[in-house]
Design a protein around this ligand. Sequence first.
Ligand SMILES: [Zn+2]
Length: 307
Amino acid sequence: MIRIRGPHLSTPLSVLISARDALARRDADQPGPDALYLPTRSGAVALSERYDGRLGLAVEDADPRRGGRAVAVLLGRFENRPLYGVELLEIREEIDDPGRDLRDLRHCAERIAPGDLDLALAAVAMGAWHRSMRACTDCGGPLVPEQGGWVLCCETDGREHFPRTDPAVIMAVRDSQDRLLLAQGAGFRGRFHSVLAGFVEPGETAEAAVARETAEETGITVESVEYVGSQPWPFPRTLMLGFRAWAPGAAELRLQDEEIVRARWFSRDELAAALADGTVELPGTASLGRALIRDWYEADGRSLGEH
Ligand SMILES: [Zn+2]
């Protein structure tokens, strides 16, 4: 397996490579008798409890598309068999879908075994795309999946539509004392804190988006940024681009009321104390936000652990 390694992230390319292989297969749109299926529905994926306490993919031998509207996407190979993600579009759970344990991937990603998580993210991302693409965006004509579900072709004008992803930036902003800026967003629950994030606007570089979002949300001027790594966040179709950012002349925080409820600079000692007394809760261990916080926190040899 080929891996791209970042400071705290690794992205297996096995999914991509096997999906590309599959595109050359004439039968990619017609699963063969050896195919496996992974049901998904609106960001949820079929999972099962494993003996080691993690969650694994609950793949099925029978095609789950029978009896309802659903679309299959060839994801790659699983246990050396072709694996299709199947987005259940109009299947009623209680009647057509008995016994499946479909769980929201956002809330259980950290419990899923790493190789399985990559496939689950791809399955949910492609499911979300098929769910949103109901007709040709140029002429309104009906669409037919091709190339293992990675292309939708318009029956009326022949135009091919490809899956899209929206770039967003997430940044660990530090001040001149190497303190980290953590914020509570308007939609965050309880004591949850994270680093700042926002979408890249059309015509903007990712680095400019880091500076703009930081200034808009907190009034802080970022002077340099450094790319760390990325993570797909297919809810419904975001690619998170992670950065370290420095704001050496950091002044008083001016919070954007609608988006940020609270924000402050934390030294490592202050964050350790806040985690110990429970006043701060951090993002889950599988998230890029968590990786960026850990990257800063562990620079002086400490360990963030499971907080
Ligand atoms: Zn069309």
